[in-house]
Ligand binder design. Structure first.
Ligand code: GLP
Length: 244
């Protein structure tokens, strides 16, 4: 696991964008695994800038997203399809028909079959990750076991609390989600984690300050991936006592 300490959030976003840019330039037909949440927003903005100002070309790139809330239409402003369109896809020259975000409405089992078919057809070359305060990646919540395939999860109360800031009220946060499983994540050629913020101390400590790999903190699985990169802000690294 490679760890990069970035001076601030902007530098963190540029470092992350550099890694994706290198991949896209080397392999214009690469397959990206993408994530939502506030962590990657700045990186998406930077990639959009590089696309419009510096000719970074996404026309041959395809993507699959980590997860989607159950019960939200793709047009809902808190759905992850809507997030991806408004934060990235509408601002780069990717062909939207080559972007996949799992369906959150309709028959959950059929949606999961489709999601797993997409994941089994092609592994991603790089998977962008954020992390929840409880250590979840995608929506793989901590527990005694993790699941390999795409599946439905009941969200932890702490996840609902953390994500309530995006909704008009806590009651509106969906109670479930479909998520890529740990298998789909771990099969990626490269895992790229962006981690910052005060509520990430616990997850960052378990990731960077212990040798444990545990389903009780899913992000710790990055330690056993052969090509994982963690980009952490100086502020968070200092808070947990991490020294590069
Ligand atoms: C959600 C997403 C995760 C994301 C997490 C952290 O729960 N399902 O993929 O990593 O939020 O979000 P943020 O980056 O806003 O802290």
């Amino acid at each position: 696991m490679k760890v990069i300490v970035a001076e601030n959030y902007e530098a963190q976003c540029r470092e992350a964008a550099d890694i994706i840019e290198k991949l896209v330039r080397e392999n214009p037909h690469c397959h990206l695994g993408l994530a939502t949440g506030s962590s990657p927003v700045g990186m998406y903005k930077e990639l959009a800038r590089r696309c419009s100002e510096e000719g970074l070309d996404f026309s041959g790139v395809s993507s699959v997203n980590l997860d989607e809330y159950i019960g939200l239409e793709p047009t809902h402003d808190q759905s992850y399809r809507y997030f991806m369109d408004t934060n990235l896809f509408d601002h780069i020259n990717i062909d939207k028909k080559n972007t996949y975000v799992a369906k959150g409405v309709g028959d959950v089992e059929a949606n999961l079959r489709e999601f797993n078919d997409v994941l089994n057809a092609r592994d991603t070359d790089l998977q962008v990750l954020g992390v929840g305060p409880d250590g979840h990646v995608g929506f793989n919540e901590p527990g005694d076991i993790l699941y390999s395939s795409a599946h439905a999860e009941v969200l932890d109360e702490s996840t609902i609390d953390a994500n309530a800031r995006f909704f008009a009220s806590r009651d509106e946060v969906p109670k479930g989600a479909v998520t890529m499983g740990m298998g789909g994540i771990m099969r990626s050629g490269c895992l790229l984690l962006i981690i910052s913020g005060s509520n990430k101390e616990d997850a960052a400590t378990k990731l960077l300050m212990t040798d444990e790999v545990t389903p009780k903190c899913p992000v710790t699985f990055l330690k056993i991936h052969k090509n994982s990169v963690v980009i952490i802000t100086r502020e968070l690294a200092d808070k947990i006592g991490y020294k590069a």
